[in-house]
Design a protein around this ligand. Structure first.
Ligand code: DC
Length: 232
């Protein structure tokens, strides 16, 4: 059990539903402040990819112990602006975004043993502070003592549109948009209704609705909050 989540320098947490722009915003905020960026979703994706590469059949994933997940050997290596995710010492990036991983990651993230297996890793990433961490439980569970907590939200349709733009679909038809909205909504339901570390606004978090905001505006809003709290 990792009891102490206190840290040396400031930590900013960004939590929120799928497609709310957390990771890209967190990355840009970190760059502006010269902080590191931790994308915790990438760790759940790495656990999922590690399982897909392992000999454990999918039907047995739910029975794995914390040690079983630890054996997948997920690690973080310090990189220029943040952290590189490693599986058994090998750097992984685009492999974490394949449909095979995306379709299963919410289930893997709902397992208490999986969450416990990477809690220490995440907290070590924050030990020296100067970190912007994004995910679903950054402000509630992983860094409850963070100096600034943001809860990012945006309308479902806007989030669906952003996700489609990310994959190069700039003018989706109504059907494509509705399908993407349903996919996001299903993932949000699963992430916010699970028993352990559900997606929710942390105590003391500032809610930022990015629906009508341009990307630079939402980055600026968080940088301004950090300045106001004299975190820098
Ligand atoms: O942010 P993302 O889409 O890469 O997250 C992948 C999945 O991991 C998503 O279903 C939510 C889950 N997740 C989580 O449960 N807790 C976190 N801190 C980060 C992500």
């Amino acid at each position: 059990m990792i009891a102490d989540s206190r840290h040396e320098g400031p930590i900013i947490t960004l939590d929120g539903p799928a497609g709310s722009g957390k990771s890209s915003t967190a990355k840009a905020v970190a760059k502006r402040l010269d902080f590191r960026h931790l994308d915790s979703g990438a760790l759940y994706r790495a656990l999922t990819l590690g399982l897909l590469r392992s000999s454990v059949v999918e039907a047995d994933w739910k029975n794995l112990s914390e040690q079983g997940f630890t054996n997948l050997d997920i690690d973080l290596e310090t990189s220029e602006n943040g952290f590189q995710v490693l599986i058994e010492g090998e750097a992984v990036d685009i492999e974490l975004r394949t449909p095979g991983v995306t379709d299963r990651v919410s289930f893997v993230a709902s397992l208490p043993a999986s969450r416990q297996s990477i809690l220490g890793l995440q907290r070590r990433a924050g030990e020296d502070g100067r970190l912007v961490a994004d995910g679903r439980d950054m402000g509630t569970v992983v860094f409850p003592h963070a100096e600034l907590k943001i809860y990012l939200i945006a309308d479902l349709e806007e989030r669906a549109m952003r996700r489609l733009r990310e994959v190069g679909e700039d003018s989706p038809d109504d059907l494509g948009l509705a399908q993407q909205a349903r996919t996001l909504d299903t993932r949000d339901q699963s992430d916010s209704q699970r028993a352990i570390s559900p997606l929710k606004k942390a105590q003391g978090a500032i809610e930022l609705d990015t629906t009508g905001l341009a990307f630079e505006e939402q980055v600026q809003a968080i940088v301004d909050l950090a300045h106001r709290l004299t975190l820098l």
